[in-house]
Design a protein around this ligand. Sequence first.
Ligand SMILES: C[S@@+](CC[C@H](N)C(=O)[O-])C[C@H]1O[C@@H](n2cnc3c(N)ncnc32)[C@H](O)[C@@H]1O
Ligand code: SF4
Length: 276
Amino acid sequence: MSDKIVCKNFDYFITSRCTLNCKLCSNYIPYIPHPFHTPKETAFREMKEFFQIWDYADRIELIGGEPLFHPDFFEILEESLKYESQFGKIRITTNGTIIPSEKIFSLIRETDKRIEFLVDDYGPQLSKNLSQIIAKCDEYDIPYRVDTYHGDSQYSNGWIYFGDCKTDLGYSDEKLAQVFHRCVVPKEHFVMVNNGKAFYCDYPMAMYQVTGNLPTNGGYIDLFDDSIPLEKKRDMARHLWEGPFSSCRYCTGFDIENAKRYPAAEQLPRRCVQEG
Ligand SMILES: C[S@@+](CC[C@H](N)C(=O)[O-])C[C@H]1O[C@@H](n2cnc3c(N)ncnc32)[C@H](O)[C@@H]1O
Ligand code: SF4
């Protein structure tokens, strides 16, 4: 058996700031008390530590908040490319509000289709620059996918409400096991990196940002804790998805087949904390 530690998706969460304010955002951006762009030095260190633990990620997904809102997006992308032997592709998931600079498009073109865009189309009122982004991708011959979420056209039938990050849903142990068993996240082998930590799921990552609480029984690795030997971190990575975790008690579960779906990107009024 190969001893290599591999994940399908490395969700590289580089900012908790966003140009939109979606009520049901799965990363809970409107509810984060002090949103910030991850300083680039921190982002570089997260990437370095991640690739010491994981030998390979099929894909790095640059995500947030709105990743293109990060003032050092170009540098972070450039840094990611240094690990080219340890990942397959890079995907930039954007809400269609920001047109990347020519410098960014040129860098992407040089990578010969290893970097692609996922442009979420939340409708012309919100994803205002969608057509310009697509036109630029065509001009630079960069692959992209558009997922449409407006009106009756909702990709995957719309979004899911996972919980408010604060309320224990009062599951019995049996119900908790069922929620975890039906959840797609542990099966997908995604890793979410943010705040110097690698999480097995977005929800505990969001809970940490919203409430400051970490899961009490695993489900994350502190990438910046140098007192944990690398071999121990690698061992934790091998078992990262073995739950359920305390955070699952607060979550409705990402049950692709049965979860209730809602129209995407309903906007909340802007709050002053977003402007910080
Ligand atoms: C949190 S967003 C961040 C990237 C970017 N700001 C955007 O909206 O495309 C990442 C992805 O999660 C999806 N998403 C957000 N909230 C969701 C929810 N409650 N249920 C399912 N998918 C969700 C978005 O459509 C997007 O494809
Ligand atoms: S656009 Fe909406 S879904 Fe995407 S990060 Fe911003 S608030 Fe969340």
